[in-house]
Design a protein around this ligand. Structure first.
Ligand SMILES: Cc1ncc(COP(=O)(O)O)c(C=O)c1O
Length: 425
């Protein structure tokens, strides 16, 4: 076989045969392991990636554009700007809003309110762009930013709020949107761990001026590493395209004004702003295009597993609390976050050790209380109150895996680990 179609068929067949034989992510009681995540990428994605490599057009191009359009159309925004990580998506979003080309944007020294329970690169881009993070506490049930604490934190330099939908659990968007409108604050949604989550029927990430998502390996769908910013603001989208790629205008949709203003500079090498290189590749986009149609099924699976844990853990309700959704929230359950109730007669380390000894991977909830992380001491920031709830999550909460490959055997194994631990206390 030497014709292109025949060779591709043989390659695809080989990939599918390999995956069928060697990709088994089901639970095996004789070697019990329940991982925080198992790959979402299989034969479809591997074949899509290989095809890009064989085509030799690998750098950002039409597949990245197609992924951006598919994602934005399916999840309620006009524009998507794909990039190389969720951290880069946060950087791009904040950098575009803080750029002098955004007239109503953020300026050096302006404050951005963030939840104490956040990821490092929720907060770092704020600092990197010369802004000042203001850290406020969370709601102990949803684990999301507490709107009342935001209200309390607003000062004369406060210009934006950057909530995190923690573990896929949508924040109270009615309250946040109303508050941002009333207090004239820019809303930037860090939805990096919340793909596939909805609030009142609307996708998270589509409520604010800009939303960000991660496509990292362990997320709902993955392009290995990757991220995407979404917005319905055409100018902001174009600016993010400029900042993503060296500060040039090649991927900009509304290019004519730049061309008219700079007739003597080669349009392919016309640098209109100070940018980065945060681009994704065609291979990542091809994987993403194969993953996108699978997202709703993966989320349904995660929701069914979360429902199992809500029932199962109810019997330990005097000592354990699972993260809770508000009535309009449809979480995409990035994991199963569990908090020890105050007064529980054991420490979270005891329970985590018990899990680890049984092959059940576990971890703290994102970065814990970000104000307690040592990096913060180098940079100007403001902390509002004592952050008791985020502090408690950092000391007394953990999570274990909830993903598309969790099966009944894995559920039974983890349930048994809870039972055997509770029998010791
Ligand atoms: C809330 C939040 N923001 C940002 C990120 C960064 O995403 P990435 O790992 O793709 O850089 C993560 C990663 O999990 C996250 O959970």
């Amino acid at each position: 076989m030497s014709d292109k179609a025949g060779l591709l068929q043989a390659i695809e067949g080989g990939i599918r045969a390999y995956c069928d034989a060697h990709h088994d992510f089901s639970f095996h009681p004789e070697a019990p392991v329940v991982r925080l995540h198992e790959p979402t990428n299989g034969a479809d994605e591997i074949f899509a990636a290989v095809q890009v490599l064989l085509d030799t057009f690998v750098t950002q191009g039409p597949k990245v554009k197609a992924f951006e359009q598919h994602y934005a159309n399916a999840y309620g925004c006009r524009h998507g700007v794909m990039n190389n990580s969720g951290s880069s998506a946060n950087l791009l979003a904040v950098a575009a809003l803080a750029n002098p080309a955004t007239p109503d944007g953020l300026r050096a020294g302006d404050e951005v309110i963030v939840p104490a329970l956040s990821w490092s690169t929720t907060v770092w881009p704020i600092i990197q762009c010369g802004l000042v993070p203001v850290v406020v506490d969370i709601d102990p049930v949803t684990l999301n930013i507490d709107p009342e604490q935001i209200e309390r934190a607003i000062g004369p330099r406060t210009r934006a709020v950057m909530p995190v939908h923690v573990y896929g659990n949508p924040c109270d968007m009615d309250a946040l949107v109303e508050l941002c409108r009333r207090r004239d604050l820019i809303l930037i949604e860090d939805s990096c761990e919340s793909m596939g989550a909805f609030y009142d029927g609307k996708a998270v990430g589509s409520f604010g001026r800009v939303g960000t998502f991660s496509l990292y390996y362990s997320h709902h769908i993955s392009t290995l590493e990757g991220g995407i910013c979404v917005t319905s603001d055409a100018e902001l989208a174009d600016l993010m395209r400029i900042l993503r790629s060296h500060g040039w205008i090649r991927e900009v949709e509304n290019r004519q004004p730049y061309l008219d203003a700079n007739p003597d500079i080669d349009p392919k090498f016309l640098f209109v702003n100070v940018g980065y290189n945060l681009r994704a590749t065609e291979m990542q986009a091809a994987i993403g295009l194969a993953q996108l149609p699978k997202l709703p099924g993966f989320v349904d699976r995660r929701r069914a597993t979360a429902a199992f844990w809500q029932k199962e853990l109810a019997q330990y309700g005097d000592v354990l609390a699972m993260q809770g959704e508000t009535p309009k929230a449809r979480s995409s359950w990035f994991g199963i976050p569990v908090t020890l109730k105050p007064g529980a007669p054991f420490g979270v380390a005891d329970l985590r050790r018990h899990f680890s000894a049984r092959g059940i991977e576990n971890r703290p909830i994102i970065a814990g209380n970000i104000a307690a992380q040592p990096a913060m001491k180098y940079y100007a920031h403001r902390v509002v109150g004592d952050l008791p709830h985020a502090g408690h999550v950092m000391k007394a909460a953990f999570s274990f895996g909830n993903h598309q490959a969790i099966d009944d055997g894995a559920l039974a194994h983890v349930a048994e680990a809870f039972r055997s631990f509770m029998a010791t206390i």
